[in-house]
Structures are given as structure tokens and as C-alpha cells.
Design a protein around this ligand. Structure first.
Ligand code: SAM
Length: 257
């Protein structure tokens, strides 16, 4: 799959693509191309923004450089430069925005499908994007949450990282991603607590041990313990997630005891 990212600050995204376990995805299954918006702007100053009609603070991203960049991406993907109004979405264009659908495992999983085409990702800046470009070219909006960032780059990196983690072979052990919080393999529950050596750690209030079951070597009991911990953590930190799992029939009889 391929993601094309329209951004004024490619240097914010670039380093992220070459570090850590997910870099394996970005040299393989998940192609990412960064498109510096200023390359598509006019004039000596390569202007990409202007003052808002109607007055008020801040600047608004110009529709025309965005449209030129968007068309260049589509041509580069072998698609027609323009998509007639009402035509089926070939490659979705996604704007990061506080108005968007909240980024979640379900959203990530949709973009991470091996057969999915990826997307054209638009990182907004300033007060946002001229609405006419949004109306004409944007298919979906994604939000990181109910707060305001200075730009969409952090949201783009969040989506790309989460999509990369779900690609087969990217994490050293395939089970890693499947055992992560929200994964359907663990019925969408939160992760269980993890422990590593030493068996006794001298904490601030004295020695702290590891739950004995984890040292027992008894795989079925360890799995049962981990499942119970997942349910407990979800009940404590995200009762909404537990309620959804219950409503969708993903809880087992033992989870309810
Ligand atoms: N005026 C906008 C508003 O109040 O909703 C905020 C603009 S913000 C300073 C600039 C850009 O950052 C946005 O166009 C968007 O691309 C990105 N952004 C800000 N908050 C975001 C969020 N919660 N999720 C995703 N992107 C966000």
C-alpha cells in the first residue's frame, strides 16, 4: 500500500520513517512519499496561505497549491488527475482535523488491510484548509482527539506508525501486534501487565516481586491470568471498551466471574 503525505514540514515526518521496528514496514509493505506543499506554490515566496475572508486571526491554506499537489500525486499513482464529482473513491484523501473521526484500532485496521490502496494524507497548518478544497477533494477526516495540534504531521505519523505495526513481519514476533490493546485477537481488550528480570526489584517502598504464576511455566494458567488481567485493566481504565466488548459478545463466561 502507498501513502502520499502533503505537508509543509516533511522534515518533521522523515526521521520517523527510518527509526525503530516500524522502519521495516516503510522499506517494504508500506510505501510513504512526502510531498512538500511549497513545491506547488507560486511566486518568489512560494506562498501557501493567505488571510481569511471575513477577517479574524491566523492564516488559511490556499486551495490552489493543494490542488496542484493533489493532482500531481494522483498522476504519479497512475490515476486521472481529476476525479469527477460523484465518482467512486479510488484512493481516499484524508484530512487530519479535530473535526474528524477519532483515530482508533478500527480506523487503523481499515487502512492497514493488505489490499487497501493507502491514502493521500493532508496535514493542515495555520487555521486550517480553504473549505473549497476540502469539499472538492477530501473523502475522510481523522482526529487524534479533542485537542488542537499546531499541524497534522503528528497525526499522520500516528496513523502511519499504527498501520506499519499491523503489517505481517514488521514486529519481530507476529504475536506482538496481535496481543496489543484493542486487537480483535484479544477481543479488543486492553493489554495485560508485563514483567521482566529481576524477579525481585528493590522499589521505593521495598522489595517488589513478580506474580508467581508468571514464573510457574504453566502456559494455560499464565494465559488465564493474562486474560483476567486484561479484563480487569479494561474495566478499570476503559469501562466503555469493556461495555462494547460485552455488548458485541466478545467476553467469555470466565471473564464475568
Ligand atoms: N482552527 C482549527 C480548529 O479550531 O479546529 C485548528 C487548526 S490547527 C492549529 C492546524 C492543523 O492541525 C489542522 O488543520 C489539522 O490538520 C491539524 N490538527 C490540529 N488538531 C488536530 C487533531 N486533534 N487531530 C488531527 N489533526 C489536528
Amino acid at each position: 500500500m502507498r501513502f502520499d503525505v502533503i505537508t509543509l514540514f516533511p522534515e518533521l515526518i522523515e526521521p520517523y520513517l527510518s527509526v525503530g521496528v516500524v522502519r521495516r514496514a516503510f522499506t517494504g509493505a508500506v510505501q510513504v512519499r512526502l510531498w512538500p506543499l511549497r513545491d506547488f506554490a507560486d511566486g518568489h515566496y512560494r506562498r501557501v496561505d493567505d488571510r481569511p475572508f471575513g477577517g479574524g486571526p491566523g492564516m488559511v491554506m490556499l486551495a490552489e497549491p493543494l490542488y496542484r499537489c493533489w493532482q500531481a500525486i494522483r498522476l504519479d499513482r497512475g490515476l486521472p488527475a481529476c476525479r469527477p464529482p460523484g465518482a467512486a473513491v479510488d484512493v481516499p484523501t484524508v484530512l487530519f482535523s479535530p473535526a474528524g473521526e477519532r483515530l482508533s484500532h478500527d480506523v487503523v485496521a481499515r487502512y492497514a488491510q493488505p489490499a487497501a490502496p493507502g491514502a493521500i494524507l493532508l496535514c493542515g497548518r495555520y487555521e486550517g484548509v480553504d473549505q473549497r478544497f476540502v469539499d472538492a477533494c477530501v473523502d475522510a477526516q481523522i482526529s487524534l482527539g479533542d485537542f488542537v495540534l499546531s499541524g497534522g504531521e503528528i497525526a499522520a505519523v500516528a496513523l502511519l506508525d499504527a498501520v506499519a505495526r499491523l503489517q505481517p513481519g514488521v514486529l519481530g514476533d507476529q504475536a506482538s501486534a496481535e496481543q496489543d490493546s484493542f486487537n480483535p485477537v484479544v477481543d479488543g481488550l486492553l493489554d495485560c501487565p508485563h514483567y521482566t528480570r529481576p524477579e525481585v526489584w528493590q522499589g521505593p517502598a521495598g522489595p517488589m516481586t513478580v506474580p508467581p504464576v508468571l514464573l510457574s511455566g504453566h502456559h494455560a494458567q499464565i494465559e488465564a491470568w493474562r486474560r483476567a488481567q486484561r479484563v480487569q485493566a479494561t474495566a478499570r481504565w476503559r469501562p466503555d471498551v469493556l461495555a462494547r466488548a460485552r455488548a458485541e459478545g466478545r467476553l467469555r463466561p470466565a471473564d464475568e466471574q
